[in-house]
Design a protein around this ligand. Structure first.
Ligand SMILES: NC(=O)c1ccc[n+]([C@@H]2O[C@H](COP(=O)([O-])OP(=O)(O)OC[C@H]3O[C@@H](n4cnc5c(N)ncnc54)[C@H](OP(=O)(O)O)[C@@H]3O)[C@@H](O)[C@H]2O)c1
Length: 282
């Protein structure tokens, strides 16, 4: 039997890095876990540190914003191993506190949304039987967080992944034109971006149709203290308690290692091992 292979994209720190360590410990040397980094120094440092703990961890370069990045990454894994058992898209450009939505939306949507769809397209054909393909998104990505007039654009029963990608471009165009508020888009870019990530994962899963036992889901790790949230704990998340990256990784590990023969969840948003309804309907 081929050696088990996992790829966790965007894992130089925070939840992704904790998941790499948790999975490598779970596999206890019987399988290879790759993390991705945008900068070689970060990838090398974390792979070396985890290898030093006796874990089987490697690293590969990947930038969600690079239009050819996901295909190159998947191609490299195909060349080395023929396929993968677990692929997790965890990477995210994090919105910065105090930066205007218009200023950062284009960068964020290009990486987190268009990059996520490129990742799904590149990795779905590479998944081995009973593989687990996961996009780490957020509970903020539920439709209820957008006003009702915008819901139809993200209805995954009626729209393809490409349609949803175009809806994200429509959001960026509205920001540029100064019409986003009038269209009802919330002021915080993280909400439309996460709705788009969950929707595109659901629409993609629907198209892929549970082939060969492969499960495709979006996940919300729950509020976790990381570099992305540290600056928001006194504002956006004021009064809420945050878990550690290791605690968040435990639930993601559960989703990534659901046993062979598991049929559900499929095409869902999962938080703490429970499906959070996205909010669309046929
Ligand atoms: N923390 C929370 O409370 C929370 C809650 C809900 C959802 N989430 C989601 O969980 C995921 C991980 O969050 P986190 O809090 O662990 O974030 P984080 O600490 O900011 O880590 C983000 C990771 O994404 C990578 N990344 C950034 N831009 C990238 C790009 N263009 N291409 C590839 N990788 C890139 C970063 O690597 P570099 O070193 O290259 O920058 C880093 O490894 C994100 O999708 C986030 O939205 C987090």
């Amino acid at each position: 039997m081929a050696e088990r292979i996992a790829l966790i994209a965007g894992a130089t720190r925070g939840i992704g890095l904790a998941l790499v360590e948790a999975l490598a410990r779970e596999w206890a040397g019987e399988g290879m876990v790759y993390l991705t980094a945008r900068r070689a120094a970060d990838g090398e440092a974390e792979a070396r540190r985890l290898t030093g703990l006796g874990l089987r961890v490697g690293w590969l370069e990947f930038d969600l914003a690079d239009p050819g990045g996901a295909a190159r990454l998947a191609g490299e894994l195909r060349r080395r191993h023929g396929g993968v058992d677990i692929a997790v898209q965890n990477g995210a450009y994090a919105p910065k506190d105090g930066v205007s939505t218009a200023a950062e939306a284009e960068t964020m949507i290009a990486a987190n949304n268009h990059g996520t769809l490129r990742f799904l397209r590149a990795f779905a054909p590479l998944m081995r039987d009973d593989g687990r393909l996961i996009v780490v998104a957020s509970g903020m990505g539920r439709l209820a967080n957008l006003p009702a007039p915008l819901h139809e654009r993200f209805n995954t029963f009626r729209h393809s992944p490409s349609d949803i990608d175009l809806a994200m471009d429509g959001y960026v165009a509205a920001l540029r034109a100064g019409t986003a508020a009038a269209e009802g888009w919330p002021d915080w870019v993280n909400i439309p971006s996460k709705v788009g990530q969950v929707a595109v994962t659901r629409a993609f899963a629907r198209q892929f149709a549970a082939d060969r036992g492969v499960l495709i889901n979006a996940a919300c790790p729950g509020l976790t203290l990381t570099e992305a949230t540290a600056g928001l704990m006194d504002t956006v998340f004021k009064g809420r308690s945050a878990q550690t990256p290791a605690q968040a990784a435990a639930d993601l590990l559960w989703l990534a290692t659901l046993p062979k023969g598991t049929a559900a969840p499929y095409g869902e948003l999962v938080q703490h091992r429970v499906v959070l309804p996205f909010g669309d309907a046929p």
